[in-house]
Ligand binder design. Sequence first.
Ligand code: OAD
Length: 235
Amino acid sequence: MVAISATDRVFVLTGAGVSAESGIPTFRGVNGLWRNYRIEEVASPDAWRHDPRLVWEFYSMRRRVAASATPNPAHLALASLEQKLGERLFLCTQNVDDLHDQAGSIRVVHMHGELFKSRCDTCSRAPFRDTNTYDPPAELPRCDCGGRIRPHICWFGEVPFELDRIFRALDECTVFIAAGTSGVVEPAASFVAHVGGRARTIYVGAEEPANASAFTECHLGKAGEVLPLLADSIQ
Ligand code: OAD
């Protein structure tokens, strides 16, 4: 395993596999969420227009699961890496749970949004913390402006959050690490190609991702076992 040096600028992209050992289901794979739910019915602007109750039922279920989850050694390793590297670590997660934050990571960029935040679908009211669940027959929440309160999540067909900051950090990094992500959802799946040839690129996960050929190193294993080794390798 290539060691990380204290002068490297490290970009870490995490995916659902990093939270799997905390009991949060991944999306693809045997017990993946997309085996039981159709993306277009629960995670798209069309779904929201056609059946906001079903959308809230889906995100309420996910809030309940995430509320009882706690960080695992993968989250803790990345928090300790941030303590060593400070602002030379850029942690970008596709995960909407708050386990990186709970583990102590301070500068987490949630490119697909945050499960425990909601926002108005009509006015510019800022996203706000919301741990409530909205299962039928409960009334769906409304904003003071009359708009509907929706999950603060990037749905399919929407643009991920903070892309400008993310691409600036990609341009600056000397090491790129992707962990626990299947490498199929854009734009995150192309981050490795964006930095390839310039930065060292490392994949950590249970199996080879779809974009495996773009990485210079692949470490197959559980994130909770491999990421602590990587974090400890820092000289
Ligand atoms: P996926 O479910 O597509 O992939 C999870 C990856 O984690 C797979 O490659 C697994 O092999 C791996 N994995 C499972 N358990 C692991 C473990 N303990 N340690 C390490 N790896 C493990 O999840 P993502 O790639 O994160 O987007 O999915 C990307 C996006 O697709 C999500 O953010 C979500 C989804 O649709 C939105 O909802 C916008």
